[in-house]
Design a protein around this ligand. Sequence first.
Ligand code: APR
Ligand code: PHB
Length: 389
Amino acid sequence: MRTQVAIIGAGPSGLLLGALLHKAGIDSVILERKSGEYVLSRIRAGVLEQGAVDMLASVGVDARMNAEGLRHDGFAMGFANRRLRIDLAGLTGKQVTVYGQTEVTRDLMDARKAAGLVTIYEAENVEIHDFDTRNPRVTYEKDGATQELLCDFIAGCDGFHGVCRASVPQGAIRNFEKVYPFGWLGLLADVPPCSHELIYANHERGFALCSMRSKTRSRYYIQCGADEDVNAWSDQRFWDELRRRLDPEAAEAVITGPSLEKSIAPLRSFVAEPLRFGRLFLAGDAAHIVPPTGAKGLNLAASDVHYLGEALREYYRDGSEAGIDAYSARALARIWKAERFSWSLTMLLHRFSNMNAFEQRMQEADFLYIESSRAAQTTIAENYVGLPY
Ligand code: APR
Ligand code: PHB
């Protein structure tokens, strides 16, 4: 089999890149290790920047998002039992859209299928070859038989544990990483949210987040130990702990119900440099990880594939390599800014077990400053709604 761009991974990065390439008349094949159902069973964040929303619209995958997505003009930060609203619309003129990543993935999958584009699910032992030449290849196994895919380029959209970044010679790549000493315990339930906007709360017992998927489905998180066992958390224990960490009004408004899903996710910041190795490009979680505190994971994946899609379009349309030469630097410039924002919100909102009294006062002073300064609130707001591409 032959294609122009072999895309490894059918998460949001791979699917969105495939849609952008299709719109530009460029052929792609996606190879995905898991089944489509498995990909859709993963629960991830749910806040889209306008840039990501616009990209989905540009590829015609916005009907359900427009109908079901919730437009939010602000969010709240809780501390010392108070709540500070960050007025996104007032400070930046922009909004965010609350629409689950699982739904974005489902919409992209459906559109790809409807357009008759090739996605090979349950492709095992994917290996990438010769990406330092003009004739890269990908081999994989499907139903017990080894297959080969010839291509012009390989897009590594295969997430943090994928094969693409791992296939780059060690000396050619530099990794930057910070692992946080805690996790997030998340719970999904069919109950109305306790607030019509998100609340990110810093409490002496640890961080808590009130989020939602719709007006009838809530997503809540609480900071927990990095190696805690999710089975130690009954629904009742979760709800009790959540309420303790919220201001009285929010705690009072929490409506409880049986969990549909409960899981613990570690928090990590990670960036690989560079993002291009000959004819291999890395994008999305294969290239970087952000802690979920600013909901930047999917949004960064969208900006990466925007730059990559443009670069490949320039290559095929104009015969110019300028875009693919610039891809790594352009994507990394935006990635590092989103890393900085996600790291700073994480440091501001969580309790660290090794925090000394001075560091505790610094966190409090940070909040007091943000509360008193429109400039500081604007900085948070312009990062939260998304920096320009
Ligand atoms: N071969 C084929 N597919 C693979 C391989 C492999 N060796 N390794 C991983 N994959 C697939 C995974 O099964 C997954 O479906 O690549 C896909 C990567 O998807 P994501 O992990 O969702 O990463 P990405 O598409 O970059 O999405 C970024 O979505 O995952 C969230 O937190 C992430 O919000 C961020 C955004
Ligand atoms: C979520 O709804 O899952 C969510 C929202 C905002 C975040 C992280 C997760 O910052």
